[in-house]
Design a protein around this ligand. Structure first.
Ligand code: PBG
Length: 331
């Protein structure tokens, strides 16, 4: 590290003009960094507001297609799909997750047919399908790891058969990446990617998402027996190493902004494609403060995303994706 001393060195010189700031800027945000999470619901031609996420709506399949086309037009590389399962299809065992005709599979097939150029990422976890809202199967009051893995492998299988490009397991069971990778190899899906939520914390910032997919009223207990303790750092490194070993192509750190230190450490120590997930609660906070006139929405949004790039993230999952993409067009 080279540093000078005043007055030979005056760091403000580079900051004087917009053009000189442009020249020395170390990091930048591109539309190619963005993954856009989208919520899907049953029905036709209906968009439903998610009240805790201003500007975010759940779409029926026909409108998801329109948004996928919009993503391509904006240059967003990939979308991630999260289904809202009708309550009557939920049960303790989450069987709807492995139904090849479930909402998310029908959505994937429709997008592949009509918007072939967008990358499609599917979430693997049972919470949109279980009546108890946990990500796995419960035995004796505990989310059973190995039993859940069998269900997750089957869930991933119906998703890849539908045409999903990248499987993103968000469940935090031990060993699920290896099991899913083995299934993909066995079934000859050699080019299906796995983007693992390797360091996913038991966080309070997922609240609005659980409203969006309709799992919050079902969820009676926490996810602390499988999601990570927010106090831990070294454990995140171990989790990431395990998932790389087991066959992940890239990993996710989640939530984003409260865990920038984890993103930085993972990228610095492991040099592996690492994605930040700016979760629903982070999105909601920025919007809520802006609605009160306490923050400038656009500036806070751009600064929050640039922070992930500075920390070393390869890309960012964000509900701001279409708005940011639009803004970057004119940057
Ligand atoms: C489900 C899942 C969650 C999120 C992504 N996948 C919620 C949870 O673990 O309870 C959160 C996304 C967000 O808050 O934006 N396994």
């Amino acid at each position: 590290m080279i540093s000078g001393s005043f007055p030979n060195s005056r760091p403000r010189r580079n900051r004087k003009y917009a053009w000189s700031r442009d020249l020395v800027r170390e990091n930048s945000l591109s539309v190619k960094d963005l993954i856009w999470p989208l919520f899907v619901q049953e029905g036709k031609n209906t968009a439903t507001d998610v009240s805790s996420m201003p500007g975010v709506q759940r779409y029926t399949i026909d409108l998801i297609i329109e948004n996928a086309a919009k993503a391509v037009e904006l240059g967003i590389p990939a979308i991630a799909l999260f289904p809202q399962t009708p309550e009557e299809l939920k049960c303790d065992e989450g069987y709807e997750a492995v139904n090849p005709e479930n909402l998310v599979c029908r959505t994937v097939r429709a997008i592949k047919e009509q918007v072939p150029d967008i990358g499609i990422i599917c979430d693997v976890a049972l919470d949109p399908y279980t009546s108890h809202g946990q990500d796995g199967l419960i035995r004796n009051g505990y989310v059973d790891n190995d039993l859940t893995i069998e269900a997750l492998v089957n869930q991933a299988h119906v998703q890849v058969k539908a045409g999903c490009d990248i499987i993103a397991p968000s469940d935090m069971m031990d060993g699920r990446i290896a099991a899913i990778r083995q299934m993909l190899e066995r079934k000859k899906y050699f080019n299906v990617g796995i983007m693992s939520y390797a360091a996913k914390y038991a966080s309070a910032f997922y609240g609005p998402f659980r409203d969006a997919v309709g799992s919050s009223s079902n969820l009676k207990s926490s996810k602390e027996t499988y999601q990570m303790d927010p106090a831990n750092t070294d454990e995140a490194i171990r989790e990431v190493i395990m998932d790389i070993d087991e066959g992940a192509d890239s990993i996710i750190v989640k939530p984003g902004m409260p865990y920038l230190d984890i993103i930085e450490r993972v990228t610095r120590e492991l040099n592996f494609p690492t994605f930040a997930y700016q979760v629903s609660g982070e999105y909601a906070m920025i919007h809520a403060a802006a609605a009160n006139g306490w923050l400038d929405l656009d500036k806070a949004m751009m600064e929050s995303l640039l922070a992930f790039k500075r920390a070393g993230a390869s890309g960012i999952w964000t509900y701001f994706a279409p708005v940011v993409a639009e803004k970057l067009k004119h940057a």
